[in-house]
Write a protein that binds this ligand. Sequence first.
Ligand SMILES: C[S@@+](CC[C@H](N)C(=O)[O-])C[C@H]1O[C@@H](n2cnc3c(N)ncnc32)[C@H](O)[C@@H]1O
Length: 383
Amino acid sequence: MNPNIQFPLPENNQLEFHASCSEGLDEFLVEEISKYSLKIIAKNRGGVHFSGPTSEILKFILRTRFSSRVAVTLFRTRVNSADDLYTRSLQFPWETIIEPEDSFRIDAMTKDILGNSRYAMYRLKDSIRDRLRKKEDREGEIEKNHPDVNIVLRSFQETAIVQLNLSSLPLHKRGYRTEISEAPLREVLAQALLAFADWKEDELLLDPMCGSGTILIEAALRLKYKNQINVPLLTESPVFLRLFSSESLRDEPGPSPANKTIFGFDTNEKAIRSARINARKAGVENFISFEQSDFRFLHKKQNFQNIKIITNPPYGERIGEKSEIKDLYTEIGKVLKDNYGGSSFHLICGDKSLLGYFRLKADKEKSVTISNLKGKFVSYSIK
Ligand SMILES: C[S@@+](CC[C@H](N)C(=O)[O-])C[C@H]1O[C@@H](n2cnc3c(N)ncnc32)[C@H](O)[C@@H]1O
């Protein structure tokens, strides 16, 4: 069982944390956690349990690009039924977690012994409210949409795990995507593609088919927040602010750059308009230049040298017809060879069968899941 939690956490906290990620990103998450001085306790599909010094945990949480959620384990207990969970939870000092002004919500993702998630969630809720009533003559208000405190109940075999989410909103929901063009890429996949392409903040970046701008906005957030991309969301979370002293958050966002180094183009005027609005919402409009252009003719307007081209081209499943798309891929391959020598080209593609039409030799490839489609990340050096 985890020792009781202290606010703020002491440097040598003994707690267990859990980061969860979307399907297909487990490898990215494990590799990301391994870059910090953290101890991986267990890995399972969709998540990693880890522990470490508070300062290192904070560094990870502020920067994680692949976690959907990070939670701290409050307690772990063996149960035979949801009623057992009720009894065990009644002993937990919920009054230290849920303050008088806090609302709360419980999300239950249970299996095996607590197979009826709804019932298990209700029993946990009853015990929290009974505890608060007994200790402080209050109940705690339930709030389904934007609770101050979000408790997570998990179970497997005969073990129940009760966790406290550091933010009730998923970390990748950065709130800027109000304008959606056709087939937008999920934010975490954009971050995974930037990582796959090994894009560094001092490199020029071009998305010639940028749609609503997700890849470029995710890159610009890394520049603006000096990689601490979760700062805007986490500093709105009461639980996060109680756990980590505000001292550690004094790092200000970087200034706007003198020259823009991130460039987005798209043939679709509406997509460019959406991208501009989204970038403004994300506060990164000064980092990115968006303009309407067809990639096949872009080199005639602007001469990009030694640039990382990172993109999510149409692949015919959701936009455009297959035969036109094949021609587009052939033309893109030719335009790259003729005009972008010395640069590199990295993409996420939902249809592997199209890749051959580029007539380029891949440096590396990785399978990924995009919505329900099995796709690929691929990198090419342009000779
Ligand atoms: C899959 S979408 C990109 C979505 C984007 N990653 C996002 O998150 O919104 C592909 C984009 O390629 C654009 N496109 C198609 N052909 C193009 C071309 N020849 N030149 C530039 N853009 C093109 C489409 O207008 C579309 O916005």
